[in-house]
Design a protein around this ligand. Structure first.
Ligand code: PLP
Length: 360
C-alpha cells in the first residue's frame, strides 16, 4: 500500500486510523452481520451511531443545550438557500463577501429578499478580511452572514465581526473542528463535512433553537425547513447514513487526539512550517496578507504560470497531490486539514526547497 500526501481542498484526507477501522467493520458492523451501508436508518444499531455522533460533536464543540445539531444533505451550497428561506423574516440580511462561497451565498439570498453587502474584499482578489469592527449595519437585518474560512483564497477571520446585536450565521466548511469555537456567538454554524470531518454528502448545521420556526418564507419545501429535521432528530427521511457514521469516527479520533485546543496547536504548528518557508523563499510567495492567513488552506504562487505548472507536475510525481490552485486563482494551494500529518507538511517544504534550488 502506498498512500500519497493529499493536499486536496475537499473531499480531502481523512485520518488513516478512521479509514482502517471502517474497513475492519465493512462486512460486519459490531456483530450486526452487515455493513453500516446496508443498515436501516430506523434500526436500533443505527440509532446508536447517529446519537453517539451527535453527542461526541456536542462534547468536542461544547454545544449548549439550546442549540440543535442537524445532519443534512445538499452540501453547503443548499444552505445558501435554506438560510434565507428559514431566517429572512424581514426579507433583509447582511452579507460580508470575502470569497467565491460568500458571494454565492449572497447571490442566492438575493433571490429571496434584500441581501445587503456589508463589506467585501473583492477589490484585492479576496486576499484579506475586511475590517468588521464597526460596520454600517441596518437595524432591520435578519442576520449577518460570513464565510469564516475562505477555502479558495486562504483567508480566515481571526476575530468575528461586530454584528451589533444581529444573529451571526457562519459557513465553517473549511475550518470545521480545526480549533475551539464559542458556539454562543453564533445563531447558525454550518459546514459541508468533506474537508475536515468526513466524506462528501453530509452537511452539519448547528442552530440556536429560537431560530427554528414554522415561520419560513412562503413556498419553502418541507425538506428545506430546519424545523422538519429538528423535530425528527435528523431522521425525517433517510439521512446520509454511512457518511454520518464516518463523521462519528472522526469525532472519536478528535477526542482521542485531545480535542479542539490540541488540534489548534497542531494546526498552528503545521501552518507555521509552510508560512515560514514561504516568507523567506525567493521563488514562492504566499498570496494572503499575513494577519488573515488561514491555518487550513495555504495558496502560493511563483509568479510564473509555466513554473507553477511544472511545480504541480513534479510534486504530483513525488507523491504530493492536488496542489493545483483553484481555477479562479491559479498557482498552488496546499490544504492542510486536521488529518494532514505534520510530516506531510515538512516533506512538502523539503520538496519546495529542492525545487527552488533547481529552478530559481
Ligand atoms: N463553502 C465553502 C467554504 C466551501 O469551501 C465549499 C466547497 O468547497 C462550499 C461552501 C460548497 O460546498 P458544497 O460543495 O458541499 O456545496
Amino acid at each position: 500500500m502506498s498512500r500519497v500526501y493529499n493536499f486536496s481542498a475537499g473531499p480531502a484526507v481523512l485520518p488513516e486510523e478512521v479509514l482502517k477501522e471502517a474497513a475492519d467493520e465493512m462486512l460486519d458492523y459490531k456483530g450486526s452481520g452487515m455493513s453500516v451501508m446496508e443498515m436501516s436508518h430506523r434500526s436500533k444499531v443505527y440509532d446508536n451511531i447517529i446519537k453517539e455522533a451527535e453527542q461526541d460533536l456536542r462534547d468536542l464543540m461544547n454545544i449548549p443545550d439550546n442549540y440543535k445539531v442537524l445532519f443534512l444533505q445538499g452540501g453547503a451550497s443548499q444552505q445558501f438557500a435554506m438560510i434565507p428561506m428559514n431566517l429572512m423574516k424581514n426579507k433583509k440580511a447582511g452579507y460580508i463577501v470575502t470569497g467565491q462561497w460568500a458571494k454565492k451565498a449572497y447571490q442566492e439570498a438575493s433571490i429571496y429578499g434584500e441581501a445587503v453587502k456589508l463589506a467585501s474584499s473583492e477589490d484585492k482578489t479576496f486576499s484579506y478580511i475586511p475590517d468588521c469592527s464597526d460596520l454600517d449595519i441596518p437595524d432591520d437585518l435578519d442576520y449577518v452572514y460570513i464565510c469564516e474560512n475562505n477555502t479558495i483564497y486562504g483567508t480566515k477571520y481571526k476575530k468575528l465581526p461586530n454584528t451589533k446585536g444581529h444573529t451571526l450565521v457562519a459557513d465553517v466548511s473549511s475550518c470545521f473542528l480545526s480549533e475551539p469555537v464559542d458556539v454562543t456567538k453564533y445563531g447558525v454554524i454550518y459546514g459541508g463535512v468533506q474537508k475536515n470531518v468526513g466524506p462528501a454528502g453530509v452537511v452539519i448545521v448547528i442552530i440556536r433553537e429560537d431560530l427554528i420556526t414554522e415561520d419560513t418564507l412562503p413556498g419553502t419545501p418541507t425538506m428545506l425547513k430546519y424545523k422538519t429535521h429538528a423535530d425528527a432528530d435528523s431522521l425525517y427521511n433517510t439521512p446520509p447514513c454511512y457518511g454520518i457514521y464516518i463523521c462519528g469516527k472522526v469525532f472519536k479520533w478528535l477526542k482521542k487526539m485531545g480535542g479542539l485546543s490540541v488540534m489548534k496547536e497542531r494546526n498552528e504548528e503545521k501552518a507555521k512550517i509552510l508560512y515560514d518557508f514561504l516568507d523567506q523563499s525567493k521563488l514562492f510567495k504566499g498570496t494572503v496578507v499575513p494577519e488573515d492567513r488561514s491555518l487550513m488552506n495555504v495558496p502560493f504562487v511563483t509568479g510564473d504560470a509555466d513554473l507553477d505548472a511544472k511545480f504541480v507536475k513534479e510534486a504530483t510525481e513525488a507523491g504530493f497531490v492536488n496542489l493545483k490552485g483553484h481555477r479562479t486563482v491559479g498557482g498552488m494551494r496546499a490544504s492542510i486539514y486536521n488529518a494532514m500529518p505534520k510530516e506531510g507538511v515538512e516533506k512538502l517544504v523539503e520538496f519546495m526547497k529542492k525545487f527552488e534550488e533547481e529552478n530559481a
